[in-house]
Design a protein around this ligand. Structure first.
Ligand code: NAP
Length: 339
């Protein structure tokens, strides 16, 4: 218990992220100072945005520095506390990164350290009630503004964010079509998540299938992918459509600048709106959204998948699963059970 295992960022990626970008090391467990808390990580969250954090460029967060443990969302347990509000054994959420132990300072804000609501499954707080569920909720409801009877198209639809966005659209009375890779994910979308239909972008002509499945055109496109899928969707937007720019995973590992869609003028012609967002801007409203999301889970209207890998040695490879589509729902890795 006096060794802190870490995976540090050793080399910035060019192209597809791989385990070679990271190095394993062991360092002493840090000591918490006055007002600080020592946390032991239990579950790590894997998110496509981590690929962006590995680049040496300005974004909504600073880049991870070479030699630092890779940044990651995590659920952990308080191991020792020098802060009156945190007790040993409590479950907390941190941005603790790929390591066993970290020192967190409660005064650094909710993103650095927050308590889990009592009795909540850590996997839920890192998935349907956490960042990906919240992204789906706020992106769809605040930017998409779905109206009953509208047609909603979602890319990356079988993933942690896309699957929740599509189901919220269904709950709001919309017709929902998902785009995902492969027959198994498409079957999960229609059979378990109760999307109205699914398009397999790996084997079908996405443009032709959107035309076929959306005869009244697309009122909301919730995009996680970008590239050719965004261009195909823009061909079919309705008047006053909302294009919710959640992510663009198809370009995250690109080695050269990716050309934009050739048909952006459709936004003008259809008097549509295209808007991006970053979910952390909604953090002060997460608790209310989590309550509504939990209600839908409990009533069976909202299903979610978590894909829990195990083993500290498997951390780097687990990140690559997001970019090869191996993950089935929210990608997590369990380091340890709570003590
Ligand atoms: P996820 O969807 O659970 O996993 C990523 C999925 O992306 C993979 O399973 C794969 O599904 C698909 N994918 C990977 N490479 C692809 C490619 N080249 N073309 C098409 N699809 C590809 O991950 P997530 O955490 O929920 O993130 C989904 C998106 O939401 C990402 O774009 C992420 O950046 C974005 N996001 C945005 C915010 C925000 O605040 N704006 C917050 C969280 C997440 P298939 O097998 O179907 O290809």
């Amino acid at each position: 218990m006096n060794i802190n295992r870490q995976w540090i960022l050793a080399r910035r990626p060019f192209g597809m992220v791989s385990a070679d970008n990271f190095e394993y090391r062991e360092v002493p467990v840090p000591e918490p100072g006055d007002g600080e808390v020592l946390v032991r990580n239990l579950y790590l969250s894997f998110d496509p945005t981590q690929r962006g954090w590995m680049e040496d460029r300005e974004s909504y967060m600073p880049p991870v520095r070479i030699g630092e443990p890779m940044r990651a969302g995590a659920v952990g347990q308080v191991f020792a506390s020098n802060h009156p509000d945190f007790e040993t054994g409590e479950l907390v959420q941190t941005l603790g990164g790929w390591q066993d132990f970290l020192v967190a300072n409660p005064s650094a804000g909710m993103l650095s350290l927050s308590k889990l609501p009592p009795g909540i499954d850590p996997a839920m707080i890192l998935s349907v009630l956490g960042t990906t569920g919240q992204t789906a909720y706020w992106g769809l409801l605040d930017l998409g503004k779905p109206q009953s009877g509208e047609t909603v198209l979602v890319s990356g639809a079988a993933g942690a964010t896309g699957s929740v966005a599509g189901q919220i659209a269904r709950i709001k009375g919309c017709r929902v079509i998902g785009i995902a890779g492969g027959p198994e994910k498409c079957a999960w979308l229609t059979e378990e998540a109760r999307f109205d239909d699914a398009i397999d972008y790996k084997s079908e002509d996405v443009d032709a299938r959107i035309a076929e499945l959306c005869p009244d055109r697309v009122d909301i496109f919730f995009d996680n992918v970008g590239g050719g899928i965004l261009e195909a969707a823009l061909n079919h937007i309705n008047m006053r459509a909302r294009v919710v720019m959640c992510g663009g995973i198809s370009a995250y590992n690109a080695t050269a600048p990716v050309p934009g869609p050739a048909n952006l003028m459709n936004i003008v012609v259809m008097r549509a709106r295209m808007e991006g967002f970053i979910v952390i801007d909604y953090m002060d409203r997460f608790a209310a959204a989590a309550q509504e999301l939990m209600g839908w889970v409990q009533s069976g209207e909202l299903v979610y998948q978590v894909d829990v890998q195990e083993g500290f040695e498997n951390i780097p490879q687990t990140l690559t699963r997001l970019f090869t589509g191996q993950n089935r729902g929210k990608q997590l890795l369990k380091i340890a059970d709570p003590a």
